[in-house]
Write a protein that binds this ligand. Structure first.
Ligand SMILES: [Zn+2]
Length: 511
């Protein structure tokens, strides 16, 4: 949990420290396409280039055409499914695990807590039938031919205890519309991934063009799709979603016109484009799960038992625990939910020994646990190591000055103390004078208030401190069983804080 928290706190620090730098480029409108200059730091340079090119001509210097092929993505293991479900559907890692667990129990999906993205060779024979059943159950694939390249998803060496998550043949009889919506959308995502993983590659031509205008270089890229392959399914699925997030990356999918080297083209327009460098992004569950998976990867030995933080089965739990213990907060921003550290999280990471924030320690412990599993290390020896480490940490680290302020809960001052003039602040159990030698207190579970089934609120206490009285609505009468409104008057004896009721005679508000 602490290395995970450290990742998030470090990211927020990077974002806070980031200063955007403006940059400029010139875009030329040419027949059928647009070409852009390199980035420039100064706006004046860009303006000058724009003016020089306007109304002129460009010469095509280089045309490069490359055949490109994009293999379909591998099947889902739990973490990659959780990431996609977060990015595409906004589900938390825990929600995805719960939905998938239900689908498993209903025998519609295979075992959820897996870290393999492949199937075993004994599954090859039945795969075409399964793929067809799945395709028929999915409405979004209508009109798209389905193929099954089993070799793309089979790898015995990459399956340990469980294979990748896929739908089962029961999908044929299942009434998908009767499933809870969360389970149905997860099943659709798992189905989409199976259909994509066995589909042909996406094949396209990528053209890059360099043109020259008054000695400056401008470039443009374009692509011509030759075989949509698995991307056709992906696009059809996204089109079927109510609010499809933007497709990642491929903005340069427009085709360029036919061009030849040496060809001259008229400049029909020129413009200066202004941009800004952008800060790193706040973590979402999608990007955090990925960061946890690869944390410390570069520093770890090749044969490390487990790389990264946690396992596919435990990562969702780690996130939920950090949220429920108040270290992480979910904050909705546009279509995504960001994970932000709380005040306590930042304080904790500030004072926590470096060693406890490193993913290497977790990896080391996992390695030791593996040794215990194989009988190469006794649990007692492991615990002795932990004890020694803790003793050393406690002995080495001084109490950090000011840490009591780092962890002090935020206190809101609600008014002045009638006894000493000090500040009265709201705390968990009541409103207390912040002067330690003064005992003035208004407890939230005060008997007088409890009998009236009310708790003194911040607003009530603020009025009592300011005016000595507060109008309170909805007080309960034990005698009549009804509620009434009255003015509560504060009477401080210097030792006890008492309350008294006053009724507004003019309005005749009685009990
Ligand atoms: Zn006081």
């Amino acid at each position: 949990m602490s290395p995970t928290l450290a990742l998030i706190v470090q990211r927020e620090a990077e974002i806070d420290a980031f200063k955007p730098v403006p940059f400029y480029s010139v875009a030329l409108d040419l027949p059928g396409f647009t070409a852009a200059s390199a980035r420039m730091d100064k706006k004046a340079d860009a303006e000058q280039l724009k003016t020089a090119c306007q109304g002129g001509t460009v010469t095509v210097k280089q045309v490069e055409r490359r055949d490109k092929s994009e293999k379909p993505p591998a099947l889902y293991d739990l973490t990659t499914l959780q990431r996609d479900a977060n990015r595409l559907l906004g589900f938390t890692a825990q929600q995805t695990l719960d939905y998938l667990q239900n689908l498993y129990e209903k025998k519609l999906c295979t075992y959820p807590r897996t870290d393999s993205r492949y199937l075993t060779s004994d599954m090859a024979e039945g795969l075409p039938v399964l793929v067809n059943l799945v395709a028929n159950a999915m409405l979004f694939r209508k009109g798209i031919a389905i193929s099954c390249d089993a070799a793309a998803v089979i790898n015995d060496k990459k399956v340990t205890d469980h294979h990748a998550v896929i739908p089962t043949r029961n999908i044929r009889e299942a009434d998908l519309s009767a499933l809870p919506v969360g389970e149905r959308t997860i099943l659709e995502l798992v189905a989409l991934r199976l259909l994509c993983a066995v589909a042909p590659p996406y094949i396209y031509d990528e053209t890059s063009v360099t043109v020259d205008c008054t000695g400056a270089e401008f470039t443009a890229k374009g692509r011509t799709v030759k075989q949509p392959g698995w991307r056709a399914l992906d696009a059809a699925y996204r089109a079927s979603m109510k609010s499809a997030p933007e497709q990642d990356g491929n903005s340069e999918d427009k085709a360029l016109p036919k061009l030849a080297e040496g060809q001259e083209l008229p400049v029909t327009g020129a413009a200066v484009k202004e941009g800004k460098t952008t800060p790193p992004k706040h973590f979402t569950e999608d990007t955090l799960l990925s960061a946890m998976e690869t944390a410390g990867k570069d520093d770890m030995p090749e044969d490390a038992e487990r790389k990264g933080l946690g396992t596919p089965a435990t990562r969702a739990g780690i996130l939920e625990k950090l949220v429920s213990s108040g270290f992480l907060e979910r904050k909705k921003s546009k279509k995504t939910v960001q994970l932000l550290p709380s005040h306590d999280a930042i304080s904790l990471i500030t004072v926590l020994p470096e060693q406890l924030q490193s993913p290497l320690l977790t990896a080391e412990w996992e390695y030791r646990l593996g040794e215990i599993e194989r009988g190469e290390l006794t649990p007692e020896d492991f615990m002795a190591e932990i004890t020694a480490m803790l003793k050393e940490l406690v002995g080495t680290y001084q109490v950090i000055k000011g840490s009591e302020y780092l962890f002090a809960p935020p206190r809101e001052v609600v008014g002045k103390c009638p006894r000493c003039g000090g500040e009265i602040a709201e705390m968990q159990k009541g409103f207390f004078c912040q002067d330690k030698s003064c005992n003035f207190a208004i407890w939230k579970n005060n008997n007088w208030w409890a009998a009236k089934r009310k708790q003194p609120t911040k607003a009530i206490v603020a009025a009592l401190l300011k005016d000595g009285r507060a109008h309170v609505a909805g007080l309960y009468s034990e005698k009549s069983g009804k509620t009434y409104d009255a003015t509560v008057v504060l009477e401080d004896t210097g030792q006890y804080v008492n309350f008294k009721l006053e009724f507004d005679r003019q309005k005749g508000g009685g009990k």
